[in-house]
Design a protein around this ligand. Structure first.
Ligand SMILES: *C1O[C@H](CO)[C@@H](O)[C@H](O)[C@H]1NC(C)=O
Ligand SMILES: *[C@@H]1O[C@H](CO)[C@@H](O)[C@H](O)[C@H]1NC(C)=O
Ligand SMILES: *[C@@H]1O[C@H](CO)[C@@H](O)[C@H](O)[C@H]1NC(C)=O
Ligand SMILES: *[C@@H]1O[C@H](CO)[C@@H](O)[C@H](O)[C@H]1NC(C)=O
Length: 640
């Protein structure tokens, strides 16, 4: 009597499979049995695929000794490491979970987490705070406040992208300072008082870096000044040469001592009599505080070129048309123009930092065109000339820059494999192995039979690291290199890794520190009535040499398959889950790469969103600047 057998829910006809498959099924059955008994093992417990492949090639009946490390039901119990706070994010596919640990350079995260889903990332780097002071006396025009908030948002974004934690102080912090009453009783003019309050607020938060909100970082992330500020140790109270009172840094004791000394300056004994002299001090290099102290008390850092400060004098001197607009009736409009100018300069700095342009990695290029849409979209906008009110202008700290020329925009190229270079910015898209196998083998659906018969293991990581590592490395070593590319010290500044299943990319502004161009013109032209010059969009990158460009209809098929793969991964259906699981087991290294890249960007978003929520009520938050919909739908925005 024939027995109806099933495999992954499908009935199969009973015919003895070839001998090598008998062995494979025996191994699979053992694994399934141990899965049922013991729950999912970590990847180190599973037979390696080389083992499986060898076993398939050289069939011999397995003995228990042949099976590497299948979990022993009676072995000693293990504790999972405690879950760190804020280490998960919801996702349509599966919760994204991570653990920050110094041992992240392990090929397989599960070796450390004992949890198949949790990726081990490098510990989150502590961001040193950078403060700015923004205070509005009395009532102010709504449009003006909104424009100022947008500028402060740009300030926050630029410093965040450089690894800092930007915070906006106001007179509320100054009031907490013990010297506040004394300063108030001095009856100073508005400008001097505001400068004093700024220092009181700074002292209240225990020193650090204090910057004007028109002082933004515009340099490579390894610029010595920025690297120094990031260290969060400021041995002497200092300002930066040429930046007036734009940036100060120092520790709490030094800041406090300086305030005490300034308040006791003899000129402040009678501020009415000395009003002119005090105003005079305010005009001298470094501003009023520096000059009340006598210059010996504040060191001057001479070699700093990483920060651009748009002081009133600088705007008048270098950006005349913007200065004209900042006159009284058109002030809000002028501030928006300034915001556009600053954004264009941060973007220009990015483009100059990568003289070789932007590279999009497209491994296995024959059937992955649809997978690249997002990456290419971002890459084109990155290489587009930024919209600007003064397209020929340079940032204040680099007057010798090369303004962007739309006739020769930076190179935008596709490469089938990753190449390291600090003069190019690289964007990669990491697909789930289900997605990749479905595209690469042009299959609408996958199943275990298909994989076993036709699919290679770890297609993606082998292809993506081919030029870079050659053919000799195994998947473990490739994974380790890949993780370095994503997450090692300097990598996030040079590379961006997307996951293929995400349809939208948020937070790019905070990754780059500027807003990407959202408009393009046919040819260079003013856009709307804003007097911005908008540039054409760079063309699509040329195809990879030697790879046939698929016809439109095949690309349409790819889009369909990509959609189906996204659905498959999202599916809660048991059979589908089993197939996805089998695909993951078939390509352990690709799965690990996907989990790692996905967790890395999820953590970046969670860190940022959490910060945004904490800062929500302060000037320059997205909510105050009318961007991003505010914090009310915060939990929605957590979905990755
Ligand atoms: C502000 O506007 C008034 C009247 O329109 C004008 O008299 C004054 O000169 C303007 N001030 C500045 C600084 O442009
Ligand atoms: C993040 O962690 C903090 C502290 O453990 C907690 O208060 C907060 O609710 C967490 N946020 C999320 C989104 O998990
Ligand atoms: C400050 O100086 C003015 C003019 O020199 C004088 O009239 C006033 O009495 C002085 N105030 C104090 C408190 O000494
Ligand atoms: C890139 O620019 C185009 C318009 O040229 C815009 O539609 C698209 O949303 C932009 N993409 C990103 C990621 O900013």
């Amino acid at each position: 009597m024939p027995i109806q057998r099933t495999f992954f829910g499908q009935p199969v006809t009973l015919r003895m499979p070839p001998r090598r498959f008998q062995l494979l099924f025996a191994v699979a059955a053992l694994i399934t049995a141990s899965l049922v008994l013991l729950g999912p093992p970590s990847s180190t417990d599973l037979p390696t695929y080389d083992y499986l492949r060898e076993a398939v090639k050289n069939p011999h009946l397995p003995t228990v000794d042949d099976l590497p490390n299948v979990p022993r039901p009676f072995g000693p119990a293990t504790h999972k490491p405690p879950v760190q706070p804020n280490s998960t994010a919801a996702s349509s596919y599966r919760a994204i979970e991570w653990l920050g640990d110094f041992k992240w350079r392990n090929p397989f995260s599960s070796a450390l987490t004992l949890d198949e889903n949790r990726a081990v990332l490098p510990p989150l780097k502590e961001r040193p705070p950078i403060y700015t002071f923004y205070d509005v006396k009395g009532k102010q025009d709504k449009a003006l406040s909104a424009a100022e908030n947008r500028l402060i948002l740009a300030w926050r974004r630029a410093w965040w992208a450089q690894g800092f934690k930007p915070q906006v102080l106001s007179s509320a912090e100054a009031m907490e300072h013990p010297q506040f009453r004394i300063v108030q009783q001095l009856k100073l003019d508005a400008k001097t008082e505001s400068e004093m309050l700024k220092w009181l607020a700074w002292s209240h938060v225990k020193g650090g870096v204090l910057a004007n909100w028109l002082a933004l970082p515009m340099a490579r992330s390894d610029n010595p000044m920025l690297a120094f500020l990031r260290r969060n140790e400021y041995p002497t109270l200092s300002r930066i040469e040429g930046l007036q009172n734009g940036v100060f840094f120092g520790d709490a004791t030094a800041v406090d001592a300086a305030i005490k000394e300034a308040v006791h300056n003899h000129l402040l004994k009678n501020t009415t009599a000395n009003a002119d002299k005090i105003a005079e001090l305010g005009k001298k290099e470094g501003g009023v505080m520096v000059n009340l102290l006598g210059s010996a008390n504040i060191a001057v850092d001479k070699k700093a070129n990483g920060i651009a400060y748009y002081s009133t004098e600088t705007i008048v001197k270098l950006y005349k048309s913007v200065a004209d607009k900042l006159g009284n009736t058109t002030q809000a409009e002028g501030l928006d123009t300034l915001a556009n100018l600053i954004n264009s300069h941060v973007h220009l700095t990015f483009q100059e930092n990568y003289p070789e342009g932007v590279t999009v990695v497209k491994p296995l290029p024959e059937h992955t065109t649809a997978l690249m849409y997002e990456a290419i979209d971002i890459a084109r906008n990155l290489t587009q000339c930024p919209a600007s009110p003064l397209p020929k202008s340079c940032p204040p700290n680099r007057q010798k820059c090369k303004p962007c020329d739309s006739a020769k925009t930076k190179k935008l190229q596709l490469l089938p494999s990753f190449k390291t270079s600090s003069s190019t910015y690289t964007i990669g898209t990491v697909p789930h192995p289900y997605t990749l196998n479905s595209l690469h083998y042009t299959r609408d659906t996958l199943d275990a039979n298909f994989l076993v018969r036709n699919a290679e293991h770890d297609l993606w990581i082998n292809a993506a690291t081919k030029d870079f590592l050659g053919d000799k490395h195994g998947p473990e070593s490739r994974l380790m290199h890949f993780k370095e590319l994503v997450a090692a010290e300097q990598s996030p500044a040079n590379t961006l890794w997307l996951t293929a299943e995400r349809v939208t990319q948020a937070d790019l502004d905070w990754v780059f520190g500027f807003a990407l161009p959202q408009h393009a013109s046919e040819n260079t032209a003013a856009y709307g009535k804003s007097e911005l010059t908008v540039f054409p969009r760079p063309p699509l990158p040329p195809p990879i040499p030697g790879v046939e460009v698929p016809e439109e209809r095949w690309i349409k098929n790819e889009e369909e398959r990509l959609k189906k793969a996204r659905e498959a991964l999202r599916s809660k259906e048991r059979r589908m889950r089993e197939v996805v699981d089998a695909v993951e087991k078939w390509s352990l290294a690709d799965t690990e790469a996907w989990k790692f890249a996905r967790a890395f960007s999820a953590r970046r978003r969670v860190e940022r969103k959490k910060w945004e929520v904490e800062e929500e009520t302060f000037a320059g938050s997205e909510r105050k600047a009318g961007v991003g919909g505010g914090g009310g739908r915060w939990t929605d925005k957590f979905r990755i």
